[in-house]
Design a protein around this ligand. Structure first.
Ligand code: MGD
Ligand code: MGD
Ligand code: SF4
Ligand code: MO
Length: 752
């Protein structure tokens, strides 16, 4: 690869996955040296934020693991070859399965912000193990919202923030966290247009709040009162879309009878928001031709999070903002990453509901550290760092140590890998074919399969290969004759493969349990440029073409006589800057509602009851011992979960300071750039201080993703505070089990 050639790829730091064009060079030609936005990318269209220019820090990963590692009796690690690793891991998992049942083997992860191809292959290993319970980061932020979506619509929603007249950001700071295409450019466009309006609901004057037309500042953790107050205003002033609701929704009268009784003045006061400000915001929402709302961690990792998700949806439903231009919509992604929100059983020890099939992250440690006979006994962790990212790191470590066997598939010696019995090293996201399933655009949705930029070092493997080997070592996978027949068909052509695949899976539907591995081993070797890992996408393309024939055709897949699924798949393989998969129409939204009569279900009885008996004022979360509220994990200019392990990627705020209001700093004797000790019920840590009047009085915040343990010449070095050394797993939503990381009671003391 010549050094001045541009190569298409994508940024792997947040769900936007902006398309990039990069040049390679540096030592051994193994660095990403120049980076610009890829104008050909269907969603980002040349946009990037400042973080993308630092992605070489990911490729030059600190503490990279390049050989399988096995823990010795004395606790240290030794390198072993892959054959040993695979047979050993398979045998030890199989022993646990045979003694305690496959359901005792827990699976965590399956993808971060840039890599979701592995998840499908991981499912095959789980099937071979008989593993039943699993979770990932979605179950520490989004499951409450999924459940509400499931009950109201039977589907997952998004707001069309880019084209809406009134954009509402609830506990969301898109200037820093993005979560919508071209976030800063879009926000600037909105700001400039006098007919559009940005409303931010956040106790902090965030960067987005700075440019907002309306900023409502509830006291931390009081969003439920504010939103109830706003709904009360909407109903009591008769600003709802009555005719639209009568056509499209059920349960209106029952809902209204509760909302009519809301004591608006008291609830605005309970949230410490001036009533006239709340009324002005509601009036603006009610008069708009379109309103889109984005709720995120400020409310999802906070008190009443499931209820708040319901109230947020009611705000746009009651004003008729679904399936309209600039309102909410139901996207048609290649693979459905957002759950349907259905409860799929309960967890084995605590009986917690498995929303979208996921065990709440906050109960995982509790379901290990018990003598309950159905506790988890082993764990397979892939592309996730739960010791760092889940509540109560101490407890998570203790839980992993209590398990009989822990295997981590990662690129690096992470905080979690340090607790494993085995580490199976993966190629980085720039050394293999990769993609994410974060594709939620409307009307033109897209998919981006990325080509590798570098050869992987010897000794690491892409996850599809790791899983195929594990499946085979566990005695899973298809019979040899089936594999052979499919291989022959694949060599003959797509049509032959499609026919053969239909035939063998009709005869043996059980093959679908390990469909990714089957495709990888049969179709995989025939794909161009060694793109075998992309083979599982063939099934996804076929499904999408079946489910959305018109949209797929409108996007240009499905020539006369051609098979739209095959054409979509081939377009994905060939389109290295990403391609449009579906070109939608507004009406599709109504078809995608999976609720009775295709109507929006306004009443969720459990939550409506909660509203009817709601407390008139918030219970105090702080105490004399812990007098401040800590927001543990804020998105900033230079944070990106734990994707960069090297602190030097940050151009500013190197150690991730605690932000605090000037009056609070003064009362504690804290100075800018000085240090303070933070203490919670679960831990203690020293942080540097940034004094800013953006903070709400009594409210302090720490960034997310800091405090990684990285090896250096001086031993292990930790830069900044690992937020979950301070959080408690019991501090969680009653129903969805999502954490209250934005509402952590804390004590702060100046240190020299
Ligand atoms: N730069 C950067 N961007 C990222 C990431 C990253 O690590 N760094 N991570 C990505 C990921 S995984 C996610 S999930 C998203 C998350 O994206 P966001 O949810 O936007 O990120 P946060 O900064 O955690 O929280 C948003 C806001 O919630 C506010 N907040 C705190 N307490 C309350 C409260 O009581 N009520 C209300 N209404 N608001 C409150 C905070 O002040 C903050 O401004 O970001 C993604 N983007
Ligand atoms: N207190 C607090 N805790 C939080 C948050 C907060 O705001 N406050 N935010 C939460 C949120 S929203 C999220 S999404 C989570 C994120 O937490 P996690 O889901 O645990 O994800 P990441 O930090 O993104 O870590 C991803 C892991 O994948 C590894 N990795 C990178 N590339 C590859 C690859 O190609 N293959 C494999 N196998 N591994 C790879 C990385 O080394 C890293 O170990 O953190 C959560 N934790
Ligand atoms: S918004 Fe920034 S961090 Fe997110 S994918 Fe785009 S360039 Fe990367
Ligand atoms: Mo997240």
């Amino acid at each position: 690869m010549s050094s001045n050639q541009w190569h298409p790829t994508a940024c792997i730091l947040c769900e936007c996955n902006c398309g990039l064009q990069v040049q390679l060079g540096g030592e051994g030609n193994r660095h990403i040296t120049r980076i610009k936005g890829d104008k050909a990318h269907p969603s980002s269209q040349g946009y990037t934020c400042q973080k993308a220019s630092r992605i070489d820090h990911y490729q030059q990963c600190k503490d990279r693991v390049t050989q399988p590692m096995r823990r010795r009796e004395d606790g240290s690690f030794e390198a072993v070859d892959w054959d040993t690793a695979i047979s050993d891991v398979a045998a030890r998992f199989a022993a646990i399965r045979d003694t305690h049942g496959g359901q005792s083997i827990f699976y965590f992860g399956g993808g971060g912000q840039g890599n979701h191809l592995s998840g499908g292959y991981g499912r095959d290993t789980r099937a071979a193990l008989g593993s039943k319970f699993n979770s990932n980061a979605l179950a520490q932020e989004k499951t409450g919202e999924f459940w509400v979506n499931g009950r109201m619509f039977g589907a997952s929603m998004r707001g069309e923030m880019e084209h809406t007249e009134v954009a509402v950001f609830l506990g969301k700071n898109p200037w820093q966290s993005h979560g919508m295409p071209r976030a800063r450019a879009t926000l600037r466009e909105m700001k400039k247009d006098p007919n559009r309006c940005i409303i931010v609901i956040d106790p902090r004057r965030s960067e987005t709040a700075e440019i907002a037309d309306i900023h409502l500042r509830p006291a931390p953790g009081t969003d439920a009162w504010l939103l109830l107050g706003m709904l009360g205003i909407l109903v009591q002033e008769d600003l709802i879309a009555k005719d639209w609701l009568e056509t499209h929704a059920v349960g209106l009268e029952q809902l209204l009878s509760v909302l009519r009784e809301i004591p608006v003045t008291d609830y605005c006061a309970a949230a410490s928001v001036p009533e006239d400000e709340a009324r002005a915001a509601v009036a603006r929402i009610a008069e708009a031709s379109s309103v889109a709302i984005h709720e995120d961690l400020g409310v999802q990792m906070n008190r009443h999070s499931t209820l708040v998700s319901y109230l947020e949806k009611l705000l746009w439903v009651l004003t008729g903002n679904f399936a309209n231009q600039g309102g909410q919509y139901i996207p048609a992604p290649l693979l459905p990453l957002l759950g349907s929100g259905a409860v799929q059983g309960t967890s084995p020890v605590l009986g917690a509901p498995l929303i979208s099939g996921l065990v709440p992250c906050n109960i995982i440690a509790e379901e290990i550290l018990t003598d309950h006979p159905d506790r988890y006994r082993a764990m397979l962790i892939e592309s996730g760092n739960p010791v760092h990212s889940l509540a109560d790191s101490q407890r998570m470590r203790e839980a992993l140590r209590a398990l009989d066997f822990v295997v981590v598939i990662d690129i690096a010696m992470t905080e979690t890998a340090r607790e494993a019995d085995y580490i199976l090293p993966a190629s980085t996201q720039f050394e293999k074919w990769e993609a994410t399933f974060f594709n939620f655009e409307f009307p033109r949705n897209y998919f981006h399969l990325r080509k590798p930029l570098f050869e992987a070092p010897e000794g690491v493997l892409p996850e599809p290969e790791i899983h195929a080997r594990l499946v085979e070592a566990l005695g899973g996978g298809a019979p040899t004759e089936t594999v052979e027949a499919l291989r022959e068909a694949a060599k003959a052509g797509r049509a032959q493969f499609r026919a053969k695949f239909g035939e063998v899976t009709a005869a043996n539907p059980g093959l679908m349990k390990q469909v990714s591995t089957l495709l990888y081993r049969t179709l995989g070797p025939t794909l161009p440029d060694g793109a075998a890992s992309a083979s599982a996408l063939w099934a996804a393309a076929q499904m999408l073409a079946m489910k959305e024939p018109e949209g797929v055709r409108r996007a240009g897949h499905g020539s006369a006589g051609g098979d739209p699924g095959d054409e979509l798949f081939d377009a994905i393989l060939a389109g290295h800057s990403g391609i449009v998969t579906v070109d939608d129409e507004l009406d599709a939204n109504w078809r995608r509602i999976q609720a009775p009569d295709g109507k929006i279900q306004l009443v969720i009885p459990e939550l409506l009851e909660q509203i009817a008996d709601f407390a008139s004022a918030p219970e105090r979360v702080t105490s004399d011992d812990f007098p401040f509220v800590l927001s543990a994990g804020e998105r900033r200019d230079y944070t990106a979960n734990t994707i960069f392990r090297d602190a030097s990627w940050r151009k500013k705020d190197y150690s991730g300071a605690l932000r605090i209001h000037p009056d609070d700093a003064a009362s504690l004797g804290l100075v800018e750039g000085g240090n303070a000790r933070l203490t919670t019920t679960r831990g203690s840590a020293v942080t540097s201080i940034e004094i800013t009047d953006q903070m709400y009085l009594g409210h302090v915040s720490l960034p997310n993703g800091l405090g990684l343990d990285v090896t250096s010449e001086d031993g292990t070095v930790r830069t900044g505070v690992a937020p979950n050394e301070l959080t408690a797993s019991a501090h969680r939503d009653d129903f969805a089990g999502t954490p209250w990381h934005k509402l952590v009671p804390v004590r702060i003391e100046a240190v020299a």
